[in-house]
Design a protein around this ligand. Structure first.
Ligand code: HEC
Length: 142
């Protein structure tokens, strides 16, 4: 009586499984590609003001205390949605008013940014707030 599980069976499982998972992988890749933001949204980062604001964000190490869309440090509030939470004027006034010196509150340094740099920073935070994150974070306070 021949063995039920022959070499040919093993080979068929191997090739069949490989083809199945390659097709699954291609299907999922296609699905991801279709759900990615469209080209216009992706190239918003070519806006020079947003690029300049991103550079200010990076060179002043805001991420050393804050998170941006969950990435970063947990010392200070999430800033991915701060533009929606506070608006441009609050953000600029906030940057100028630091450190607050309020006893018992964590302090943020003064960065001495110019009006133009503040506008660029706000442009970057606005851009960040418009990234489609499927409504994350769920809480407007970040
Ligand atoms: C040394 C840590 C530190 C660094 C670096 C830092 N921050 Fe902050 N930031 C804080 C803390 C702490 C708070 C909250 C203070 C409070 O609530 O009294 C804060 C609050 C804020 C807020 C207000 C958030 C809100 O929800 O109202 C904004 C906007 C902000 N930071 C922007 C920035 C930007 C932009 C940079 C980089 C240029 C930066 N921060 C760098 C510590 C920091």
């Amino acid at each position: 009586m021949p063995a039920a599980f022959t070499t040919a069976t093993a080979r068929n499982i191997f090739y069949g499984g490989s083809v199945f998972f390659i097709l699954l992988f291609l299907g999922m890749t296609l699905d991801t590609e279709r759900k990615l933001p469209n080209y216009d949204q992706r190239t918003q980062l070519e806006n020079p003001k947003v690029v300049a604001g991103k550079r200010i964000w990076e060179t002043n190490n805001c991420i050393g205390c804050h998170t941006l869309l969950g990435e970063g440090a947990y010392f200070a509030p999430e800033l991915g949605n701060v533009y929606k939470r506070r608006g441009p004027e609050f953000i600029k006034a906030w940057m100028k008013a630091q450190p607050s010196g309020t006893p018992g509150r964590r302090q943020m340094p003064q960065f001495n940014l110019t009006e133009q740099q503040l506008d660029e920073l706000v442009a970057f935070l606005k851009y960040a707030s418009e990234i489609n994150t499927s409504n994350w974070p769920p809480n407007i306070e970040g």
